[in-house]
Design a protein around this ligand. Structure first.
Ligand code: 5AD
Ligand code: FES
Length: 349
C-alpha cells in the first residue's frame, strides 16, 4: 500500500507521530490519503461543533509596522506601502457595526505600531467590553512585553493571536531580520498562555525555504503546545518584498494541514483564512470541508482595506462589512454549514 495512505490511517487511529512520520505523510500524500484525513477531520469536527461555523469580525487597526519581516507587504522597508491607523472612535464604530451584524468576537489586528500604547489599547478594550459585554475581544498585535500582555488582559482582552510562523529556529531566521528572534516569539506565546489568554498560534504554508520537516515540526509544536486556535494559510508573495519572486503555497497542502491539525486537536478553533480564499475562489469553503470551523470576515472601514495588504490580490478589499458577512453566510450555506451568532469559544471535548 502507498506509504501516505498507511500513515494517514495510522494518524486517524491516534498513533503518535514524530517529525519523520509527519514529513513522510506530507511528502508522499496522494488523493486517497487526503480523502482519509479529510473525512476523519470532518467527522471529529462535526461531533464537537456540528455544522456551525464561528465568525470573527476582523478590524485592521493599523498598517504601520516597526518590523521588517521579509514576507510581509506592510514591512517597514516597503516605501510603497500606504500607511493608516484608525482612531479609537473609528475602531469603536466598527465594533458596533460588527455587533449589529451578529458578530460576538471582534479581532483587533495590526502591524506592530508603537502608537498603540498600553494605555490607549486598554481604554479601547474597556470601551468595547462595556458596550458589548457578551463579546469576546481578540488581539492580534504582535510581540509585546509580558507586562503589556498582562495589562491588556486585565483591561478585558480574552484572546490573543500570534502565529509562531515556523517552529524551526533556522527557518525563522530565514524569514525575519536578525532583530527578530524565534526565542522571543516563543516567549510571547508562553507568556500569553500563562496570563490566561486563549492563545492562537499558526504558520504560513509554502513560505520560502520551508521543508516538509519544517512543516512536520510545526505540527509537532501544535500537538505539544495545544493552542486554542491555529491560523494557517498559504504564503502569497507581495510584489514589494524580498520574497516577491517566490511561489505561493498550494491549496492542496493547506487543506491537508488543516485536516491534520483538526485531528491533532479535535476541538481547536481553526479558521479558513482570507489567504486561502485568495489563492482559490472556493478556498474558504474547501477549508471548512477539510476541517476548519471559523471564518473571519473583514470589518475594517472600506476606505482603508486596500492599504492592509500583507500579500498581493487580497480578497474582500472592495466590499463593505455587511457585504462580506452576507457573502460568507451564503458561501457557508452553499456547502451545508451555518454561521452562528456566538462568541465561539473552544468547546470542551
Ligand atoms: N502571505 C501569507 N500570509 C502572510 N502573512 C504575512 N505576510 C504574508 C504573506 N505574504 C501572515 C503572517 C502573519 C499574519 C498576520 O499574516 O503569518 O502572522
Ligand atoms: Fe468578503 Fe466574500 S467574504 S466579499
Amino acid at each position: 500500500m502507498n506509504e501516505a495512505l498507511t500513515l494517514a490511517r495510522a494518524l486517524c487511529a491516534g498513533e503518535l507521530f514524530d517529525v519523520s512520520d509527519f514529513a513522510a505523510l506530507l511528502r508522499e500524500s496522494i488523493d486517497e490519503s487526503d480523502a482519509v484525513l479529510r473525512d476523519a477531520a470532518v467527522r471529529v469536527r462535526k461531533q464537537i461543533y456540528g455544522n456551525s461555523v464561528f465568525v470573527r469580525g476582523l478590524i485592521e487597526i493599523s498598517s504601520y509596522c516597526k518590523n521588517d519581516c521579509y514576507y510581509c507587504g506592510i514591512r517597514r522597508g516597503n516605501q510603497s506601502a500606504e500607511r493608516y491607523r484608525l482612531t479609537p472612535e473609528e475602531i469603536l464604530l466598527c465594533a458596533d457595526e460588527g455587533y449589529a451584524l451578529g458578530f460576538r468576537t471582534v479581532v483587533l489586528q495590526g502591524g506592530e505600531d508603537p502608537f498603540f500604547t498600553d494605555v490607549l489599547l486598554c481604554g479601547l478594550i474597556d470601551k468595547i467590553k462595556t458596550a458589548h459585554p457578551n463579546c469576546a475581544v481578540t488581539l492580534s498585535l504582535g510581540e509585546r512585553s509580558r507586562e503589556s500582555y498582562r495589562s491588556l488582559f486585565d483591561a478585558g482582552a480574552d484572546r490573543y493571536l500570534l502565529r509562531h510562523e515556523t517552529a524551526t529556529k533556522a527557518h525563522y531566521e530565514k524569514l525575519h531580520p536578525p532583530v527578530l528572534s524565534f526565542d522571543n516569539r516563543m516567549r510571547c506565546l508562553y507568556d500569553l498562555r500563562e496570563i490566561g489568554y486563549q492563545v492562537g498560534a499558526g504558520f504560513m504554508v509554502g513560505s520560502p525555504f520551508q521543508t516538509k520537516e519544517d512543516l512536520a515540526r510545526d505540527l509537532c509544536f501544535i500537538r505539544d503546545f495545544q493552542p486554542d486556535m491555529c491560523g494557517i494559510g498559504p504564503f502569497i508573495p507581495h510584489k514589494d518584498t524580498p520574497f516577491a519572486a517566490y511561489p505561493a503555497g498550494t491549496l492542496d497542502e493547506t487543506l491537508r494541514l488543516l485536516s491534520i491539525i483538526r485531528l491533532l486537536k479535535p476541538n481547536i478553533l481553526l479558521p479558513a483564512t482570507t489567504a486561502l480564499g485568495t489563492i482559490h475562489p472556493q478556498g474558504r469553503e474547501l477549508g471548512i470541508q477539510a476541517g476548519a470551523n471559523v471564518v473571519m470576515p473583514n470589518l475594517s472601514p472600506a476606505s482603508v482595506r486596500k492599504k492592509y495588504a500583507l500579500y498581493d490580490n487580497k480578497i474582500c478589499t472592495g466590499e463593505e462589512s455587511a457585504q462580506c458577512k452576507d457573502c460568507l453566510a451564503l458561501r457557508m450555506a452553499s456547502i451545508g454549514y451555518e454561521i452562528v451568532i456566538d462568541r465561539g469559544d473552544v468547546k470542551p471535548m
